[in-house]
Design a protein. Structure first.
Length: 556
């Protein structure tokens, strides 16, 4: 549940999704007023009121507008000092930015910490230099030194290259996925290992190593406290001496995500240990309908949770620490027509009928709504997912005339001869675009999807950065994290799904350290479709899960 807070003179306004528990909290706040025409509340700009509203809406101080942060300045906790003298003898492979120097010093002093710097601020560089210090100054030589870097599969090659370049440390890659047979991995008892999170599920042997350091890159991957991967991560981090998390979006869906993240980094930090206890202490819930599921409708004790988070977390934005050119956002709207519009109408009608049936039977879930919406999103992109006779996914039917083609042509024309990155939500779109760009635009492209072999991913990124192809086309799920693509200054989102963290990560692949030109982020959106609903939700940074259960038909 997301709320929008807007300063307005000596008061501030709040817009939020409707939730009875939240309204009840607002009515208990002194000086509140409800404005029916605008469907928003307003409150006086006073420290206690700001804290009460933030508590009800689940907003940390750092996420409030600057005007409200200034109101709270007298009650702000002082950030722990950083002793840069700890790095007096450190040899840097490359000159650091000041915030990177502070972060390395912080990790020298803190055995368990979360670096939540904004995406593109150089967090990988910090970890590489901190690990280098184990070898340079702390007498951790093999066989007494073992580090594990857990990260998304798509960035394992990035870590391998950065460790070699910035830390002069050779690494062992451990790739695990559902396609490989489960096997026992005999780890070396020393050195640095890089593994994707899925490797914990399909490879044995991680628990047999006494890890000196565990790095959790994109730590929001373990935000679900009860997921099996999260439980396996906690088993490892509980015994490790140093645990450092990295993520520019550590809690993308709401404060409930902090439970899994904090428990992975420092298991004994919070006063509650179970999911039930966490939700009872920090959230309020309401039930949808008679006998329906319970959903989070509000928050409480937010200031307490904020203080726990602040005790092991540091964050800077790119605007604070880097002199980067701006990002320029554009939305280009198109309209479905012909075969594509007809198919969309028919599938939408069937989807609404299935949802209504499930709701009538009392078994409607968020997954049901997501499945139907993703099918419609594929049609918007130009592909109709077909099913086999047993209801399983089958082949794709490609629609000849795609509504977004001309808008894509126009955007590429405006980019001139410069490199361009194109993001898609589905693999079928990537493979079609690879052919389309070659035939109709006369340009070669590099593609990156979940099917791309791990050993070639690093080469693909390097070759694009070196100018060996004009286009980079990938799925945001596979290529949206960790990699650097600042050779391009235009990013086109051909399609997107509901995943906010994926979208935020992907749009920053070109806007990173080393970017020298303004980055144009162009979104292609089909009017009056589920595509426009996704666009609105992502731009508002709203959590859609509870709303999908309340009014699922509104998402189509």
């Amino acid at each position: 549940m997301k709320a929008q807070v807007i300063p307005s003179g000596n008061r501030f306004r709040v817009r939020s999704q409707y939730a009875p528990a939240l309204i009840e909290r607002f009515r208990a706040i002194p000086g509140r007023e409800y404005h029916a025409d605008e469907r928003e509340w307003s409150f006086p700009m006073a420290p206690d009121v700001v804290l009460m509203v933030a508590d009800a809406c689940g907003i940390f101080r750092e996420s409030l507008p600057k005007e409200l942060q200034d109101v709270l300045a007298p009650v702000r906790q002082a950030a722990p000092e950083v002793d840069l003298g700890l790095l007096a003898d450190h040899e840097w492979a490359l000159p650091p930015y000041e915030h990177q120097r502070r972060n390395v010093a912080r990790l020298v002093a803190e055995p368990r910490w979360l670096i939540a710097d904004e995406m593109g601020a150089g967090k990988t560089f910090v970890i590489c230099n901190r690990l280098k210090r184990f070898l340079d100054t702390e007498d951790y030589f093999p066989p007494h030194w073992a580090a594990l870097i857990l990260c998304p599969k798509s960035v394992m090659h990035v870590w391998e290259e950065e460790m070699r370049k910035n830390a002069r440390i050779a690494t062992t890659l451990v790739v695990g996925d559902a396609d490989q047979r489960r096997h026992k991995l005999l780890f070396c008892r020393s050195g640095a290992h890089i593994a994707n999170y899925e490797a914990l599920l399909y490879t044995k042997g991680f628990a047999d190593v006494d890890w000196e350091v565990i790095v959790l890159d994109e730590v929001h991957k373990v935000k679900s406290f009860t997921a099996k991967t999260s439980r396996l991560v906690r088993q490892l981090t509980k015994k490790a001496r140093h645990v450092w998390g990295l993520s520019g979006t550590p809690a993308p869906n709401g404060l409930e995500d902090w439970h899994g993240v904090l428990a992975a980094i420092k298991p004994d930090l919070l006063p509650v240990q179970t999911k039930t206890a966490f939700e009872a202490r920090y959230t309020t819930k309401t039930r949808i309908g008679d006998g329906g599921p319970w959903v989070i409708s509000g928050y409480r004790n937010v200031e307490e949770l904020h203080n726990y988070v602040a005790s092991i977390t540091s964050r800077v934005t790119k605007e604070e620490c880097l002199d980067l050119p701006p990002k320029i956002f554009q939305t280009r709207c198109v309209t479905l027509s012909g075969e594509q519009a007809r198919i969309y109408r028919d599938i939408k009608k069937d989807a609404l009928a299935r949802i209504e049936t499930l709701r009538g039977e009392g078994v409607l879930t968020v997954d049901n709504v997501l499945t139907e919406s993703l099918r419609l999103l594929q049609i918007v992109g130009g592909f109709v997912p077909l099913s086999t006779g047993d209801g399983l996914p089958g082949q794709m039917h490609e629609i000849d005339a795609k509504a977004k083609e001309q808008a894509l042509h126009d955007t590429l024309d405006e980019a001139g001869d410069r490199p361009v990155v194109i993001w898609c939500a589905f693999k079928a779109e990537v493979y079609w675009l690879e052919r389309w760009l070659k035939v109709l635009r006369g340009g070669n492209s590099f593609t990156l999807t979940g099917d791309t072999p791990q050993k070639t991913r690093g080469e693909i990124v390097r070759d694009f950065q070196d100018g060996r192809a004009r286009y980079f086309v990938g799925t945001a799920a596979a290529g949206g994290t960790g990699i650097t693509l600042h050779a391009a200054s235009t990013e086109i989102f051909y399609s997107r799904n509901w995943n906010l963290a994926e979208y935020l990560q992907a749009q920053d692949r070109c806007h990173r350290i080393g970017t020298t030109r303004p980055v144009n982020v162009v979104r292609l959106v089909a009017d009056n479709t589920v595509d426009s609903k996704v666009d609105q939700a992502l731009e508002d940074k709203r959590d859609m899960l509870d709303a999908m259960l309340r009014q699922p038909e509104s998402f189509f």
